[in-house]
Design a protein around this ligand. Structure first.
Ligand code: SF4
Length: 459
């Protein structure tokens, strides 16, 4: 059946975000871009329509160092969110442009649609609806995070022919959940030529060239996380922790610089600093040895544990600009109970290393998880005050309940919303586990206080 190999055309789609707010913090559909390069290497013809990374979708005037606003259009709220007194928007290109982009391409043989946040599913459904209207006979598979965390919901409501749970790339071709198996289901034929690509290093670089343009590249030096925090789905989504050869990451950076002039890179690792002496330290040394002149950003909270003088200095000299760390809470009991990834003394020590290396307080942001089930106001206030006392930026991240995490049962018990059957209620903008409207008001004022506490430190 290998005759299908060079004739099949696969369309990849990254749908819209529908939400109360969205901002492009160095976001790219990395999984889809890896799938694109993988399929091209297997001989398929691959095209991509990305609702978020299109010139019409990005507000170029607002972009700086690879991040900025998305174009948006206010739309009606889904009925489940009608009680929320905020505007709701579609972020990304217009539906008219999306239709045009699909029609410009010749009819694909299969469509693969990705998904991210569970509560962004209306944007996914809208995209699938239009694709099915234009290409009714073409089989379509939906994968990604929403499809993995809420597969029954996706099967019941998305309109996809196939809902794919979990990763499809890091599997043997014979695995029933591999990309080969997905395509065999869609095409109804055996594909017996897939090579096993089961490590990050054996994959080709992601197919950024499928995007109309890009001003920054997302990098992965590892996948998954060796920790297992109660509120995080990393273990469920990625399974085992795997690391790349740092020289291969350096080669990739060099490739994007030389071929596309990219200067801004963001690391999307869940555990960039874990095992740093084997991976991040050699990578940073190689970056300096090769003389790259780039800006590196870490929007995905890094670990504070493991930060030391050498690593902080290397990061500073290599060009790290945006540092975000996952701290979550200053309450020692909760730190221990939810995953034991950090303590207050380790945090203070890590901040000292970073500042001694040359980073300023405003470069260093610590994410604080607020609105957890059972979390009281004092804990949240104490956490903001503690982080501010270190002279770094407290960045409040409202808790979003995630299915299949250890904290999910507590989230269900503490919320007065039907989290189990309506993923829209996972949206952290509506503070789903703070049933009391006073708490919501409190959290809003805490954000103001967090910003103010940091600016005071800078004065
Ligand atoms: S350390 Fe971070 S990525 Fe790892 S499980 Fe905890 S929250 Fe998730």
């Amino acid at each position: 059946m290998t005759s299908h190999r060079h004739t099949k055309k696969i369309l990849l789609v990254n749908p819209w975000i529908h939400d109360f707010a969205a901002y492009d913090y160095w976001a790219k559909p990395l999984g889809l871009l890896y799938i694109g390069s993988f399929l091209r290497n297997e001989g398929f013809r691959v095209e991509l329509v990305d609702c978020l990374n299109d010139p019409e979708a990005l507000c170029f005037g607002t972009r700086k160092n690879g991040r900025g606003r998305f174009q948006k259009e206010e739309i009606s709220k889904p009925a489940a969110l009608n009680h929320i007194p905020r505007r709701y928007s579609r972020y990304g290109m217009s539906p008219g442009k999306f239709r045009e982009a699909l029609q410009r391409r010749c009819r694909p043989d299969a469509v693969l649609v990705t998904s991210v946040m569970t509560y962004w599913y209306p944007g996914v459904f809208e995209a699938i609806g239009i694709i099915k209207e234009l290409f009714p006979e073409v089989p379509l598979a939906l994968g990604g995070i929403y499809a993995t965390l809420c597969p029954e919901h996706a099967r019941a409501h998305s309109g996809a022919d196939l809902v794919v749970e979990g990763d499809v790339l890091f599997r043997e071709p014979e695995d029933k959940k591999s990309l080969r198996a997905v395509l065999e289901t869609l095409f109804g034929v055996d594909l017996d030529f897939f090579k096993p690509y089961n490590t990050l290093d054996s994959l080709p670089f992601p197919a950024y060239d499928l995007l109309p343009s890009f001003d920054q590249a997302v990098l992965l030096t590892s996948r998954g996380c060796p920790y297992s925090c109660d509120y995080c789905a990393s273990r469920y989504l990625d399974g085992f922790f795997q690391e790349r050869d740092p020289l291969s990451v350096a080669d990739e950076i060099e490739y994007w610089i030389d071929s596309y002039g990219v200067r801004d890179f963001s690391f999307y690792d869940d555990a960039l600093i874990v095992n740093a002496e084997k991976r991040l330290v050699p990578l940073l040394e190689e970056i300096m040895r090769r003389g790259f002149s780039c800006r590196f950003h870490c929007p995905n909270g890094m670990h504070l544990r493991g930060m030391n003088d050498t690593l902080a200095r290397l990061m500073y000299r290599a060009g790290f600009k945006t540092l975000r760390f996952g701290f979550e809470t200053s309450q020692a009991d909760r730190q221990k109970a939810t995953g034991d990834k950090i303590s207050n003394p380790e945090t203070a020590e890590a901040v000292r290393h970073l500042k001694r290396a040359g980073f300023r307080g405003e470069d260093i942001g610590l994410y604080l998880l607020c609105g957890l089930p059972g979390q009281n106001r004092k804990e949240m206030e104490d956490t903001v005050d503690y982080v501010a006392s270190l002279g770094v930026r407290p960045v409040i991240a409202e808790y979003s309940p995630i299915p299949h995490t250890a904290l999910w049962p507590s989230a269900l018990a503490s919320s007065n919303l039907d989290l189990a059957s309506e993923p829209l209620y996972h949206n952290n903008s509506i503070f789903p586990c703070l049933p009391d409207s006073d708490d919501v008001q409190f959290l809003r004022s805490l954000k103001v206080r967090a910003r103010a506490s940091h600016s005071r430190k800078q004065d």
